[in-house]
Design a protein around this ligand. Structure first.
Ligand code: AMP
Length: 110
């Protein structure tokens, strides 16, 4: 079971800010910005490049959830990040979208 499945199953606590039939969103435990939320599909896809045609709806639901969460938290400008694979910094192998906001974000990212 991934760490995020345990959060979904309420086996470990999280500061949940939104959930629907397809996704759950909770605050990152090590925030990299004043607002740092993870949007996680209930269905486990270990990493973005393992998603298939069968996952199209869940991927779309994650994107829609980002907009809902951002609006709910009062974010206007924000960044959405997916770390795909260890070299990109992925540490939890259950697809998730980082929403980062509440401060000025530089580009390109480091
Ligand atoms: P990534 O490095 O892209 O795989 O992102 C995983 C994220 O999960 C990191 O930003 C961690 O800080 C975050 N994280 C790890 N454990 C928890 C937890 N128990 N609750 C909330 N966020 C977590």
């Amino acid at each position: 079971m991934t760490l995020f499945e345990k959060i979904i199953a309420r086996q470990i606590p999280a500061d949940i800010v939104y959930e629907d039939d397809h996704t759950i969103a909770f605050r990152d435990i090590h925030p990299q910005a004043p607002t740092h939320v993870l949007v996680v599909p209930r269905q486990v896809i270990p990493r973005l490049d393992l998603a298939t045609e069968a996952d199209v709806e869940v991927l779309g639901r994650c994107m829609l959830a980002v907009g809902i969460v951002a609006k709910k938290l009062g974010l206007s400008g924000y960044r959405v990040v997916i770390n795909n694979g260890e070299e990109a910094g992925q540490t939890v192998f259950h697809l998730h979208l980082h929403i980062l906001g509440g401060r000025r974000l530089t580009w390109p990212p480091g």
